[in-house]
Structures are given as C-alpha cells and as structure tokens.
Design a protein around this ligand. Structure first.
Ligand code: NAP
Ligand code: MG
Length: 498
C-alpha cells in the first residue's frame, strides 16, 4: 500500500488526528493507497501558509526569470519520474496507461510552456490617455492575484494540477490545491517533486480532503483571493455562490454536452473514427467530449453502420496493458450513474446499437462498454445531461440549419466539432455554434497555448493561452503626474481657484 501525506508550508505532514482515507484502484476494486485526509483545520493551516508566503515570502517579489527557472525544475522533476507517475495515475484513476503516459509527457511540456511564457508576459505596459495632461505617464501593471484556491476533478488528475499551478506560479501567486477525493495521488507526487526544487516554502500547498469540508473552506476563507475550479456545473454554481461572500475572483471550467456535426461532404473514414475518439476517449470522462453526434438523414444509416463496426474494435481491458483502449470508469458510483443514464435512454425510446452494459470481461473493475444510441431526440435526458461515460447519442438532422439549432439547444457550450472537406463551409457552421472550442476535422486537441473554456453554463473565464494566464493577475493602473506647478493640476482650480 502506497502512503501519502498532505503538503503544507513546505512540509509533508499528517492530517489533524492522523485521519486517512484509502484510494481504490478502479480496475481491481481494491484499495491501493492510503492518504492523509485533511480537515477544515488542516485546510486553514494550508491557506495560512499560502497567505504568509504571499504577503511576506520572496515568491511574489521574485523576477520572472527566477520563477521560470523554478518551473523548469518542476518539469525536469516530472520528466525524471514520468513512467512511475503514469503507473500511479493509472492505479488511482483507471485511465489507460496509453493515456496516462501521454499525460505525463504533456504535463512537463506544459510546465515548460508556462516557464517560457513567464518571461514574455506583458506585465508592464504604457498606455496613452488623451484626456490626461500631456506631462503624465500611465502604466498598466499586471500583478499576482494573491492566494489561489484550486479545486480539481478526477478525470485528468495530474494534467488538471499542471493546468492550475502552471499559470498561477508563472504570475507569482501562491496556491492551495485540492485534488478530487478519488484521485489525489499524482498531485501529491507533484508536491514531492516540488519539495525538491527551489520553490519557496508555502507557495504550493496540497490538501486532500472532501469538497464539502476542505473545498468549501477554500471558497469562503477571507484569506483566499481567487478560486479556480474544474468539475461539474452543479458544484461550480455552489462555488460561485460561496465565493460571492468575499467577492473572490472565480474561474470555472464546467460540464459539457458537446455537439459533433458530420456534414454530407465529410471524409467518412476520418469522421467516423474521429467521432468515436471524440466520445470514447478516456471512457467518455472528458468535459469537452463530443457526446451528441449530428448526422443527416441521407448519411445516417451508413454512418451508424460504420460507427458500430469500428466501435467493436475498442478493447475494454486492464488499464496497465498498452493494448487496452478502454479502462474502467473512475468509481463504482460513476459506473452506476452511467448505467442509470443508459437505462433512461432506453426508457425514453432511444435504441442501443452497440454496448449498453458492463462487459462480461474483465470480471472486476468499474467498466462500461462503449455504447451508441440511435433514434435519439435532442430533448431526451441522454442528449441534454452530462453523462461522463462512454455513451454516444446519434441524432438525425434534415438541414444544416436544423443541426446548428439543435447543437445550440443545450445549457452547455464547451467543445464540439464539424467534419467536412470544405473548410469554409465548416467554418461557417463553427461560427454559429455557441461554444468555447470547435475542432474542424479533429477532436480533443487542446494546447496550453490556446484559450479553452465554456460558453453558457460550461464555465466562466478561460484557461490556457495568454488569456488564461492573465486570469491569475490583477490589473493596476499607475498614473505618474509630471506637471511641476500646482496651478497646472485640474484639482487646484477646483479647491483653491478664484
Ligand atoms: P464535482 O463534484 O464537481 O467535483 C470536482 C471537485 O470539486 C472535487 O475536487 C470535489 O471534491 C470538489 N467539490 C465537490 N463539492 C464541493 C463543494 N461543495 N465545494 C467545493 N468543492 C467541492 O465532480 P465529481 O463528483 O468528481 O463528478 C460529478 C460530475 O461532474 C461528473 O459526472 C461530470 O458530469 C462532472 N465532471 C466534470 C468535469 C470537467 O472537467 N468539467 C470533470 C469531472 C467531473 P470531492 O472529490 O471531495 O467531491
Ligand atoms: Mg464529487
């Protein structure tokens, strides 16, 4: 059994009263790690450490070059242990080793991007203000926001941690990171790596605790300046309400029910495999998954036949085995939720053409077969609610306008795709879908260099790209007046003028 402690104020430490929780390996259904479980008090200790590191420590006052150097140290530390961390992530989350090995490589590359960006950020610029006296200069400073509470989900545990800490560190903030209860281990490994770098103590704190205790403490504490959250829309709403008490800055990456539109001139070899990847990657446990597939009446039967044929090639199996494409879902609870939605789809009159249940093999583990529904109406629950599992809904459309209208009939707007050989036509459709990312002839391709986030109830603010990094800064205007006589100032006349 692996053992993990909390990371607070530069020390690996036990939780108050020695409280621990076990992490279950979703493929074996057995506990595999024991982790210190933070109480509200432990969380307060972590917040106080981050506050002190921000108010009194060297970090917010350090040069961008020094911050960049430390981010590179973290990336190097991750690279040195990437294989080991991929195996840890697979045992903790059920993600296939194919995926987690890729995540580790991407994670370190992304930290290097944030290091590179640290030195290129427009943290000080001058603006011209015609209304002000000619003898004045006006500067816009971007300063760190302060203490950032970062609450992350279980689907991409290490990547989520990197996506949160990278931009916050590159702009001089201090952090309390709360991983999901189900998957805390890679974030705590990252803390161990960081413990061996020059990051000043207290800058990064990692607390494994429940959302309702530890998470809510972060959202309500007057010592926290910003909350960055990724997870469900329901919890996002709660976080925004809690953060309102102290007007914390909030960024939210929430749920999705993304539309994937195949146009009649699409390359079907590409569109069919790409659509399966769009929905079944990581067992459908990605917020931007393309879970509603819009196909014209004309192409419907051919596309469905091809989807069924290709979906049967996907392999549910031991996630540690490189030949498995589908691992288990993260937890027994998540599997129940997904199977419940499959039942609801059948009850509402949709028809399963492939999958639909837990597979006979592997015998253990929280697996669900890749499942495709046809005869789905866009108003059905399986087409409107985020399932977060391997369930694809195929919906017929008559005209492209019809497809666009249905694509937009959703409370969400996170991802989506258009498949077509005509780039201009595809772009025309992409522009009409109200969503934060549209792929044309691709899916799931995210980069920390391009902004990512949600329209509508899929979120608030952006992650990645310059836009995402600047979400971790406050804006200060400094006006320098160089008018040398007091009579030349606008206020002189108003107080002392004749
Ligand atoms: P969740 O409940 O939204 O949890 C995400 C994170 O928020 C976890 O760290 C969780 O802690 C924490 N949290 C929960 N309640 C909180 C509260 N009241 N105050 C502060 N923090 C709180 O997501 P989930 O339970 O892991 O999954 C539920 C559904 O969310 C999924 O089925 C899926 O639809 C959606 N989801 C979306 C994304 C995404 O990337 N957009 C990712 C994962 C899940 P605990 O782990 O301790 O609960
Ligand atoms: Mg939860």
């Amino acid at each position: 059994m692996q053992e993990y402690q909390l990371y607070i104020d530069g020390e690996l430490s036990d939780a108050e009263g020695g409280k621990t929780a076990e992490s279950i390996n979703p493929a074996t259904e057995e506990p595999w790690a024991r982790i210190a479980r933070a109480s509200r008090k432990d969380t307060q200790r972590a917040i106080a450490a981050a506050r002190k590191a921000f108010d009194q420590g060297p970090w917010p006052r350090m040069s961008q070059a020094d911050r960049a150097r430390i981010l590179v140290q973290i990336a190097d530390g991750l690279d040195a242990r990437s294989q080991e961390l991929a195996a840890i992530e697979t045992q903790d989350s059920g993600g296939t080793i194919r995926k987690t090995a890729g995540d580790m490589m991407l994670g370190s590359a992304q930290l290097r991007y944030f290091a590179e960006m640290a030195e290129k950020l427009p943290l000080e610029s001058e603006i011209q203000v015609p209304q002000f006296p000619a003898q004045s200069r006006n500067y816009i400073l971007r300063e760190p926001m302060g203490v950032c509470g970062q609450i992350i989900p279980w689907n991409f545990p290490l990547m989520m941690a990197v996506w949160k800490i990278g931009p916050a560190l590159s702009t001089g903030n201090t952090i309390v990171l709360k991983p999901a209860s189900e998957t805390p281990c890679s974030a705590l490994e990252l803390a161990r790596i960081i413990d061996g770098t020059d990051l000043p103590k207290g800058v990064l704190n990692v607390v494994h605790g429940s959302g309702t205790e530890c998470g809510e403490e972060i959202c309500t504490s007057p010592l926290v300046d910003k909350v960055a959250f990724t997870g469900s829309t329901e919890v996002g709403r709660r976080i925004q309400q809690l953060a309102a008490g102290t007007i914390k800055k909030v960024t939210l990456e929430l749920g999705g029910k993304s539309a994937n539109v195949i146009l009649d001139d699409a390359d079907l070899d590409l569109a069919v495999d790409g659509s399966l990847f769009g929905c079944f990657y990581h067992q459908g446990q990605a917020c931007e998954s393309g879970t509603r597939l819009f196909v014209s009446e004309k192409l419907h039967d051919e596309v469905v036949a091809r989807l069924v044929e290709r979906a049967q090639l996907l392999v549910c199996g031991d996630p540690m085995d490189f030949t498995s494409t589908q691992g288990p879902l993260v937890s027994a609870r998540q599997r129940e939720t997904v199977l419940g939605y499959i039942e609801a789809g059948v009850e509402e009159g949709a028809r399963i053409v492939v999958g639909g249940k837990a597979p006979a093999y592997p015998k253990k583990g929280y697996y669900v077969e890749p499942t495709i529904f046809v005869d789905v109406k866009n108003g059905m629950r399986i087409a409107q609610e985020e399932i977060f599992g391997p369930v694809l809904s195929v919906i017929r459309y008559e005209t492209i306008d019809d497809a666009i209208r249905m694509a937009n009939e959703s409370i969400y707007g996170l991802g989506g795709a258009v498949w077509s050989r005509d780039k201009d036509k595809a772009m025309g459709v992409a522009k009409q879908i109200r969503t934060g990312t549209v792929w044309i002839n691709d899916y799931h391709l995210l980069s920390v260099a391009a902004p990512f986030g949600g329209y509508k109830q899929s979120g608030l603010g952006r992650e990645f790209g310059l836009e995402g990094i600047l979400e971790y800064t406050e804006i200060k205007h400094v006006h320098v007046d160089m008018v040398d006589s007091r009579a030349g100032h606008f206020w002189y006349g108003s107080l002392f003028g004749a």
